[in-house]
Ligand binder design. Structure first.
Ligand code: ANZ
Ligand code: ZN
Length: 860
């Protein structure tokens, strides 16, 4: 047999696809299928994680094509963002050159993978052609009131000199720089995503092809909370506030607004707590150094919810007292506490230590009263020691709420509050409007002009795109657009006066929130060709990392709704099916001095089960570390290019899919890819040795049955996103075909024809070569997916339960369609049946065999 040489065959097959323009999207009016993998950031190299992601998408695309769908499978680049500017700052390379060079490199690397991508639709988000369309719809949303400006407290990264979105602050530090984030006030652009909060929650229930985990994460992120807003009248203030100058309005006496989800527990309130940066806290801090110190200390600890949850509960009594809304005679102290967030609800709470753990911890620390008001059903009271009671029950110690259930009491409390004007029912959200301003160069310019006379003026449509200037400098921190000598100086489009161009650019998440729609017609004059978008959207299968479970996927769902409401397309949900794939991980190796060592410089040995590692270049013994995500910092990266070079594309494709379920991490091992490579050779040997003229034999029927079983199993594996089990089945089938080497030409042709088509999504180059070897003239790419006869594919054996007097007592395994007499004999001889009869002193009165289903025995 001839050896299969991927090095010559793979480029030849790729050239054949290219010559035939085989991957240009065909729109023939058949059912459509849109497969999309999250487009890459052009960092410079395709890594193994990318490769796995795109190969998965390619398996889906090729399979759907074989199933007769019109398939859309495009690729592009999420090309704006900080790393390009960092390269500019560190190495003096222009962000544009850096980005497009990286794209060129990565495109070549991707093409090596033999992916069935329609490259004719490619674009990068940094193409003026693309971001100009983005500016156009941004202005449309502006006219529709979904874009606005406001002063916001922003997260300021003092190293990157930019504002960060909340999501980009991790444990109080900038996600890229790692610097401690500061709070600053700045005028910012916002997108009104909160208008869609309810709809974004409602829509989740329609996404039945999304992982539950991702849907839950989105729901929690939006964080809808139902409760009440309360107003607490101020009864007493410290002397320094009480003595405010006569006649001057004092906001320090305004009622204090509080948000609660538990108005039923109002009679258990024992204090009010304000966030450290609540307006009233800050006012009092101006007069009281101890309060000022407290506020300062709070600002220095982490600001994330997790940090606050962990920190010890701390507070300070502000010397203010408020009246209870249900009992004006009763007053409560007002504290400031570190566990109250200024950005949630109204930045103030009432504390009910009996029924909230944080409040209880706080009350115990500062000796504040604990007044239980909810008792579990069937009890008279409830003892609170160190644990708050947060369960359901009946209200007590609560005047007119006594005896009501928690839910009834919530409704009644709200009714009373509304009647007296001290509160109202309210729904609030954790989700904030999306701050999209970035003070950076390498992003989409926000297309407005600031005029002293006219205010904010849109850049007229015929002046779009607002293109980034090329001549910018990165020698000093800050926004290069802002210090560019001429770019921002323009005439007002409305009055002609000297005016200033907006120098903020858009968060790159805006770029990725609609690219899937642009792919449906990437050269359309309008941002979205509605007809094309409605033909192809929603994306039927979206594939990407679970790290995008919230932000990217939520923003894309929001923008799709907003553009849909603006009449630009007519779908609401951009991604009907979502799959989140696992990572590619690899063992790590470390020298005793702590330095990481690349796998290529490591010799591994295994001595009686004890593994050890030695550095090849120095001979030193190494420490075998954890299995971690491939990353440059750990030096445990294996580049796809190395594998393609040594084992071929198909073996690499097969390996990244074969070892683990797609949603789980796959560990890279040299042995894994070698196994895949041997499989490729085995498959080829079957085709190469195929003799169409071999005469029929008694192996034929069995081989045909195995073929139909394989078609069934592989089809189910591919459709169910269980690529690893589909591949395992293919391995087994190849062994079966080998074992039936005495089968006749016709039976073997049927088996091999199916095999070539079944492997095509995974190892497409090999499949084409095999297909041709069978004498087929077209491409396997365009061949129909094989179908199976359910009767032939059915399992040969069936398990029949045995019931004695209606109770299951055992089971037997019989060939499908076995003679009922044989089934009866087998059942009666069954040891479990024998044992039962003996133990109960019974004998069989009657036997009923339901063929291939069950055996019923009547004993007595
Ligand atoms: C009184 C109360 C009594 C509460 C009780 C709970 C239990 P979710 O479900 O997350 O919306 N809260 C309100 N605003 C807050 C803020 N800015 N920072 C920290 N906590 C805040 O939680 C709402 C509950 O969290 C509210 O209900 C409030 O405490 C607290 F037995 O009010 B509750
Ligand atoms: Zn003007």
């Amino acid at each position: 047999p001839t050896r299969y040489d991927p090095k010559t065959i793979e480029p030849r097959q790729q050239a054949r696809w290219a010559d035939a323009n085989a991957f240009v999207t065909r729109d023939t009016g058949r059912q459509k299928y849109y497969v999309l993998e999250m487009f890459p950031y052009p960092s410079g190299n395709i890594h193994m994680g990318h490769a796995r992601n795109y190969v998965m998408g390619d398996v889906v695309a090729r399979h759907k094509r074989a199933m007769g769908f019109d398939v859309l499978h495009p690729m592009g680049w999420d090309a704006f963002g900080m790393p390009a500017e960092n390269a500019a700052m560190e190495r003096g390379i222009h962000p544009k050159g850096w980005t497009y060079d990286n794209i060129a490199t990565m495109r070549e690397q991707l093409k090596l993978l033999g992916l069935s991508l329609d490259w004719s639709r490619e674009f990068a988000t940094c193409d003026p052609e693309y971001y100009g369309k983005q500016q156009a719809w941004f202005l449309e949303l502006y006219r529709r009131g979904l874009v606005y400006r406001k002063d916001g407290v922003v997260n300021w990264d003092p190293v990157d000199n930019t504002v960060l979105a909340n999501e980009q602050v991790i444990d109080g530090r900038g996600w890229r720089s790692g610097a401690l984030v500061e709070k600053r006030k700045l005028n910012q652009w916002f997108l009104r995503i909160t208008d869609y909060a309810d709809d974004l929650i409602e829509g989740l229930s329609t996404l039945d092809r999304w992982p539950d985990k991702v849907r839950l994460m989105q729901e929690n992120w939006i964080g809808r909370s139902k409760g009440a807003t309360l107003w607490w009248d101020v009864a007493e203030v410290p002397a320094f506030l009480a003595n405010a100058p006569e006649g001057q309005p004092s906001h320090d006496r305004d009622p204090i607004e509080v948000y609660t989800t538990r108005p039923d527990t109002l009679f258990g309130a024992s204090f009010i707590a304000l966030a450290p940066d609540h307006k009233l806290t800050r006012t009092i801090a101006e007069h009281r150094p101890d309060v000022a110190d407290f506020v300062k200390a709070c600002a220095q600890t982490g600001t994330s919810e997790a940090d606050i949850e962990k920190a010890e509960k701390l507070g300070v009594d502000l010397g203010v007292r408020v009246r209870h809304p249900f009992d004006p005679e009763k007053t409560l102290p007002v504290w400031s506490a570190n566990f109250v967030l200024s950005t949630y609800g109204s930045g103030a709470i009432f504390g009910c230590p009996g029924h909230d753990q944080r409040d209880l911890d706080f009350a115990r620390k500062y000796a504040l009263p604990v007044l239980p008001v909810v008792r579990p059903d069937g009890t008279e009271t409830v003892e609170i020691a160190t644990e708050a009671y947060v369960g359901p029950g009946r209200i007590f110690n609560s005047d007119f709420l006594d005896g009501l259930s928690v839910e009834e009491a919530k409704a009644e409390a709200i009714r009373r509050l509304e009647a007296s004007g001290h509160g109202k029912g309210a729904t609030i959200y954790r989700l904030r409007d999306w701050g999209v301003s970035r003070q950076r160069y390498w992003g989409c310019p926000i297309p407005v002009i600031h005029c002293e006379a006219c205010g904010v003026v849109e850049v007229p449509a015929d002046q779009l795109p607002v293109v980034l200037p090329d001549d910018v400098t990165f020698d000093v921190p800050g926004n290069p657009l802002d210090r560019h000598p001429t770019w921002k100086h323009v005439q007002c489009p409305s009055c002609g006066a000297d005016a200033r161009r907006e120098t903020d650019t858009l968060d790159t998440f805006v770029d990725s929130s609609w690219y899937f729609a642009r792919f449906t017609d990437p050269t359309a004059a309008e941002p979205i060709n509605a007809e094309a978008a409605n033909r192809w959207l929603a994306v039927d299968q979206y594939i990407g990392g679970v790290e995008h479970a919230v932000l990217h996927l939520l923003y894309a769902r929001f923008i799709t709704r907003a553009l849909s409401d603006a009449g630009m397309l007519s779908v609401k949900e951009p991604f009907a099916g979502l799959f989140t794939q696992g990572m590619v991980v690899h063992e790590t190796y470390r020298r005793t001095d702590g330095a990481w060592v690349e796998p290529t410089d490591v010799d591994l040995s295994n001595d009686a089960g004890v593994r050890s590692a030695r550095q090849r270049s120095t001979g030193e013994t190494l420490i075998i570390g954890d299995i971690e995500k491939m990353s440059k910092s750990r030096k445990n990266v294996v580049a796809p290019a190395e594998i393609l070079e040594s084992h071929g594309v198909d073996a690499g494709r097969l390996f990244v899919l074969s070892d683990s379920p797609p949603e789980r991490d796959v560990q890279w091992t040299p042995g894994g890819v070698e196994g895949a490579s041997r499989f490729v050779q085995r498959v080829w040997a079957l085709f190469d040795g195929f003799d169409p003229d071999a005469s029929a034999s008694d192996q034929d029927a069995a081989l045909i049955r195995e073929t139909h079983k394989a078609i069934k199993a592989v089809s189910e594996g591919v459709e169910g996103f269980r690529f690893n089990s589909a591949i395992a089945k293919l391995y087994a089938f190849v062994a079966t075909v080998r074992d039936h080497d005495g089968a006749g030409g016709a039976a073997r042709r049927e088996a091999l024809s199916a095999l070539a088509r079944l492997i095509a999504p995974f190892t497409p180059h090999l499949a084409e070569e095999c297909w041709t070897r069978l004498g087929e003239t077209g491409m396997v790419l365009d061949a129909a997916w094989p179908t199976y006869d359910p009767a032939l594919a059915a399992d040969d054996d069936v398990v029949l339960p045995i019931q004695i007097n209606g109770k299951r007592r055992g089971e037997i395994t019989m060939p499908r369609g076995a003679d009922p007499k044989a089934v009866e004999a087998e059942a009666l001889a069954n040891p479990a049946v024998q044992a039962y009869l003996e133990a109960n002193g019974q004998s069989i009165r009657k036997v009923i065999v339901v063929p291939d289903r069950i055996v019923n025995l009547v004993a007595g």
